[in-house]
Structure formats: structure tokens, C-alpha cells
Ligand binder design. Structure first.
Ligand code: GTP
Length: 597
């Protein structure tokens, strides 16, 4: 154990986590020339395109110094708030963390939130000032910022460039000298933390773990404490770019186990693996069942594809345990599924995967958070509302609670005013304002989660000209005044367009929704009235005027190829339309509430 170092890299997005990880792999010759490719740790296509490490992985490196060989386990952490529970479990598997700060951008919201997670787990922090090669780098000032934040000495901060390789050797030394070797008792019953799992369609679920006590052996009968299920450890091993099967993984080390589990839901991140016959009495603390935060309906564009969509969702769930869904039906869209996601990014990922991997064309309805409704029935029992149509009748409704978050925003002093106005507009209450430096301010707000779901990131970027970073964590439910706003097209209520809104915003948003829908719904042979209503009360109205001329008429009958192109374009546009009554509604319309303004 003396020669093992378990660590992770924590950083704000784009500060250079993946690039630095690559340099460490180079320096330790973990990856052969042939295997080398950019962004090694991000091996999902989608991840690479988005530049975000969505799923965490682990990689083992060997590093020799003065004849002594060390084993480094680098545990990758996802870089997005949607996955913060996974980050916390990865951190719990380590003794140390490299805290990367971009020398041009300095400390950002995620730097701080990840740092807090690391400090809660008593990790040794090695601050790394990355990108010092950039002409825009501010090494002196940013080092001051880091020293202020950590209370460390200036000499503790390692100047580095993951691009040029500067500082990499110093980082390797620091990993050995500053990060403690793992403690733990190899003689005690097996106690290992599950920090990640990956679905493999051929081999079943691969579970990544860190052994705290005891050891795990090939063929051992193991038990997962939270799920209380027993399996045989068919294969265990360590992870490099590929898996290396082993006979035993001992206390302090990191590895994977394959047990033939075929459903990702059976392996829960944060769970404890122990010996089935001689179980540990102390499970690793901090286990939580992750709960979806955002809900939306997913419907096939073509009603006939419902069964195929169900199949695809089931397969997706096998490898993404955080996706939940159940069948629902909508008068407007027919049969589909109400799905729960960790956040908006997760929703987008699922939608994209359905289309890319399963070739489905789907319509996603207006996302919402999950509310608790209390009716006047005794005894008072909360009803969980994750679909607008589940909200009880207003006459029977006592009160509604909605989820709140603590938001942390770091921005430049000059944008404090506009960021505050935005947060107040989003029903936020300021709880704290701290000047991190003369020019950098951290603002804390309590805000309804629902307001983050709708266009918050985009608005924040706009009002701060891109100089704001943002992070949040849930702080529980609070009473709120909610109403259901319905949309009627041609006098037909379209349930899939209903939204739950705070009463103070309902009129304004209702009006904007009508305007937006007017823009998005194609003109047809007749006038289409668009109305927003709360109960029987109409609160806004617009009209899509009837079409007068053939769309191809403006081609003057001349250029036939152009005419064909136009028709083709129309046909393509149709793919994502749904006819509700006699009105054609494009997909964008269902998401319209997200992009008002
Ligand atoms: P996510 O995985 O998206 O969270 O980002 P990350 O933190 O892993 O950042 P990544 O390694 O992808 O780097 C972001 C960008 O910064 C990339 O374009 C890198 O090439 C660049 N970059 C990383 N390190 C350095 C550095 O030391 N100097 C310079 N000039 N660019 C760097």
C-alpha cells in the first residue's frame, strides 16, 4: 500500500483536465504510441463532441522514481453539475486531488464546488496553475487567488502547461510526496466502494471499485450492501486503456469486477461491495440513491413506433441507470413515456442517443421539475407531481412545494448588477456576496430549480458577456404558488404543451408562449387561434393566419429544380411534426417555453 497513490483531477470545465491526464499517461508511458489519441479518457463519441467527460473512469499508471515503483490510480470525474453525485463518489475513492486552475480564467464556480467536495472527504489538494504558456495567462494574480482560496503557500502551487509539458515532472513528484498512501486493513472483511459502472453489451456491467479493507479475489462470492444482492466475481482486474485481469485486488487499490450483471440498475454508484459469507459491518458512508431532477415526456413521432421506442428505452436504461421512465399517454401525442433525468444535459444526451444509436425520431415535451402537491384530504399526504396533468384540481389543492437549489455564481464585479437582476427575475433570493478578489465576486442565491431548467444558462452567459460560472446543489422543498397553464390550438387543449408555472410569471409566460408558437406553427389553409389558459380563463391569444398562396408560387414557376428542393425541404421539416386535431405542430413548439424572451 505504501506505493499506491489514488487521486483525481478536479477543475472547472475547459481548464485542462483531460489534457493534463493525457500528459500524465505520456510521462508514465502508460499508453503506447499506437494507442495514443487525443482526449484518451473521453472515449464516448458524444463526450468528445461535447468536450465533457460524462462518465467517470479510472486508469492505472506505474511510475518509477529512484528505483522505487509507484502505482498511480487516476480516477476521472465528470465535469457537469448534472453528475455531481458521481463526482462526490469518485472523490471518496481518493486520498488526493490535483486542483487545476486555468491561469487565464482563474477560479470558477466548479473549481470551488469540486474543491469543497474534496475537502469534505479530507483529500490532500495539489493546486496546479495550468496553461501558463498562454499569452493571456495571469500567473501572479491567479496564484494569489489560489493561495487565498486554499490558504496554502505560494510555493505549493505548481505552474504547468498541459500543452507543452511544463511542470509535469513536478506534478508526478508532488503526487508521490504530498498525497498520502492509502490506509486500510488487508486482514479485515472486504469493504470496497463502487465509484462507477460501465455497461458492456457483451460482458454485462463492469463495476469500478476502490478497496478500503480486505481484498477481492477472482471467483469470490461478493455482496452489494445497498441492493443486498450476491454475485460471483467472475473476473476482476486493473484498468489501463484496456482491462488487465488479475487474481486479487488488495486494500488500497482500484479495479473492476465483472459478475454477469446485465442491468445497470443493479449496480449503484456509492454502494459497498463486501464478502458474501463474511460481510463487513461498516458500509462506506455517503451512499445515496440518485433521484431524477427533470421530467419530460418522450413520444415517437410516428405512433406506430411506440413499441420500438419502448425497446430502445429499455436498452438505454440497461446502460444508464439514472434514466427512469414509465408509460404515459397524452391526448395530443398518443402513447409515450414520462422520463426522469438528472438534469437538462442528461435529457439532451438521452434524446441524442435515442436518435443516433437507436435511429428513433422522438418528440420531447416541455420539461419540468417534480413538485409535491398537498390536497385538503385528511390526513395530509403529498402527491408527487412530475407531469402537469397530475396536478390536482385547484379547488382541492391546499398547497404545492417545489424544489429549491443553492446557486453559486462567480462573475466580474462589473456584472454583479445584471447577474443579480437576472436571479431576482428568476425568483432567486440572494444569501451571500463575497469579493474573492477586487474584481471577482461570488454570489449565492436560493432559487427554484424550475428556473434553472428554463433558459437560465443562456441568459446568464448573455448578461455577463460570458464571464460568469455557475454551479448549484439542491436544498430541499419550499412552498410555492403554482398554476397550470394550458395551451389551446384551434380550441383544442394540447396537453403536451401544458406547463406548471409560478403564478407571478404565468401571464407573462403564457403570452410569450402564444407568440412563440405563432412563430413556429406553420400556416395552414385556415386560421389557427392559439390561446393560453389557466383553468377556464383565457390569459393570452394569438392567431396563425391562414395560408393564401402555394409555397412554391414564389418560384415563378420557372426553376423546377429549385421548386423540388423547396418541396423536399418541406418534407424533411415534416418529419418532426405531429398533427394534433387538424393542426401540425413541429417539435420546436413543444420545447418553446424553454426559449422564450
Ligand atoms: P472537460 O473535459 O470538457 O471538462 O474539459 P477539460 O477540463 O478536460 O479541458 P481540456 O483538457 O479538454 O482542455 C480544454 C482546452 O484547453 C483544450 O482546447 C486544450 O487543448 C486546452 N488546453 C489544456 N491545457 C492547456 C495548456 O496548458 N495550455 C494551453 N494553451 N491550452 C491548454
Amino acid at each position: 500500500m505504501k506505493h499506491i497513490r489514488n487521486f483525481c483531477i478536479i477543475a472547472h470545465i475547459d481548464h485542462g483536465k483531460s489534457t493534463l491526464a493525457d500528459r500524465l499517461l505520456d510521462a508514465t508511458q502508460t499508453v503506447t504510441e499506437r494507442e495514443k489519441q487525443e482526449q484518451l479518457l473521453d472515449n464516448m463519441d458524444l463526450e468528445r463532441e461535447r468536450g465533457i467527460t460524462i462518465k467517470s473512469h479510472a486508469i492505472q499508471m506505474y511510475h518509477k522514481r529512484n528505483g522505487e515503483e509507484f502505482t498511480f490510480n487516476l480516477i476521472d470525474t465528470p465535469g457537469h453539475v448534472d453528475f455531481s453525485y458521481e463526482v462526490s463518489r469518485s472523490i471518496a475513492a481518493c486520498e488526493g486531488a490535483l486542483l487545476i486552475v486555468d491561469a487565464a480564467q482563474s477560479i470558477q464556480a466548479q473549481t470551488i464546488s469540486n474543491l469543497y467536495l474534496a475537502l469534505e472527504n479530507d483529500l490532500e489538494i495539489i493546486p496546479v496553475l495550468n496553461k501558463v504558456d498562454l499569452p493571456s495567462a495571469n500567473p501572479e494574480e491567479v496564484t494569489d487567488d489560489i493561495v487565498d482560496l486554499l490558504g496554502c503557500d505560494r510555493e505549493d502551487v505548481i505552474p504547468a502547461s498541459a500543452k507543452t509539458g511544463l511542470g509535469i515532472d513536478t506534478i508526478l513528484d508532488a503526487i508521490i510526496d504530498r498525497i498520502p498512501s492509502p490506509k486500510g486493513n488487508p486482514e479485515e472483511p472486504l469493504r470496497a466502494l463502487v465509484f462507477d459502472s460501465v455497461y458492456n453489451p457483451f460482458r454485462g456491467v463492469e463495476t469500478y471499485f476502490r478497496v478500503f479493507d480486505g481484498s477481492i479475489k477472482k471467483g469470490q462470492k461478493i455482496k452489494f450492501v445497498a441492493t443486498n444482492k450476491t454475485y460471483s466475481a467472475d473476473e476482476i482486474g486493473t484498468l489501463k486503456l484496456v482491462q488487465f485481469p488479475q487474481k486479487e485486488i488488495k486494500a488500497g487499490d482500484v479495479g473492476y469486477v465483472i459478475t454477469g450483471i446485465k442491468d445497470a440498475r443493479e449496480v449503484k454508484v456509492g454502494d459497498t461491495i463486501t464478502d458474501a459469507e463474511n460481510p463487513t459491518t461498516k458500509a462506506v458512508a455517503g451512499f445515496e440513491d440518485v433521484k431524477p431532477m427533470v421530467f419530460a415526456g418522450i413520444y415517437p413521432v410516428d405512433t406506430e413506433d411506440y413499441e420500438e421506442l419502448r425497446n430502445s428505452m429499455e436498452k438505454l436504461q440497461l446502460n444508464d441507470a439514472s434514466l427512469v421512465f414509465q408509460p404515459e399517454s397524452s391526448a395530443a401525442l398518443g402513447f409515450g413515456f414520462r422520463c426522469g433525468f438528472l438534469g437538462m444535459l442528461h435529457l439532451e444526451i438521452i434524446q441524442e442517443r435515442l436518435e443516433r444509436e437507436f435511429d428513433m425520431t422522438v418528440i420531447t415535451t416541455v420539461p419540468n421539475v417534480s413538485y409535491l402537491a398537498y390536497t385538503n384530504k385528511e390526513p395530509e399526504t403529498p402527491i408527487s407531481v412530475s407531469n402537469p396533468s397530475d396536478l390536482p384540481e385547484p379547488s382541492t389543492l391546499n398547497r404545492v412545494e417545489e424544489p429549491y437549489i443553492k446557486a453559486s455564481i462567480i462573475t466580474k464585479a462589473e456584472f454583479v448588477g445584471s447577474v443579480m437582476s437576472l436571479c431576482i427575475e428568476k425568483r432567486g433570493e440572494i444569501t451571500n456576496q463575497t469579493y474573492l478578489t477586487q474584481d471577482r465576486v461570488e454570489l449565492s442565491f436560493d432559487m427554484p430549480l424550475a428556473e434553472i431548467v428554463f433558459d437560465f444558462y443562456d441568459r446568464l452567459k448573455t448578461v455577463s458577456k460570458g464571464y460568469a460560472s455557475f454551479d448549484y446543489s439542491p436544498i430541499g422543498m419550499r412552498t410555492s404558488k403554482l398554476v397550470k397553464v394550458d395551451v389551446l390550438l384551434n380550441a383544442n387543449k394540447v396537453d403536451a404543451l401544458s406547463a406548471l408555472l409560478h403564478v407571478d410569471n404565468a401571464y407573462d409566460i403564457g403570452k410569450k408562449m402564444c407568440l412563440k408558437l405563432k412563430e413556429l406553427i406553420p400556416r395552414q389553409q385556415f386560421d389557427i387561434p392559439i390561446q393560453a389558459a389557466i383553468g377556464a380563463k383565457i390569459i393570452a391569444r394569438e392567431t396563425v393566419k391562414a395560408l393564401r398562396k402555394d409555397v412554391t408560387a414564389k418560384c415563378y414557376g420557372g426553376d423546377i429544380s429549385r421548386k423540388r428542393k423547396l418541396l423536399e425541404k418541406q418534407k424533411k421539416g415534416k418529419k418532426r411534426m405531429r398533427a394534433v386535431g387538424n393542426v401540425e405542430i413541429p417539435q420546436e413548439a413543444f420545447m418553446a417555453v424553454l426559449k422564450l424572451n
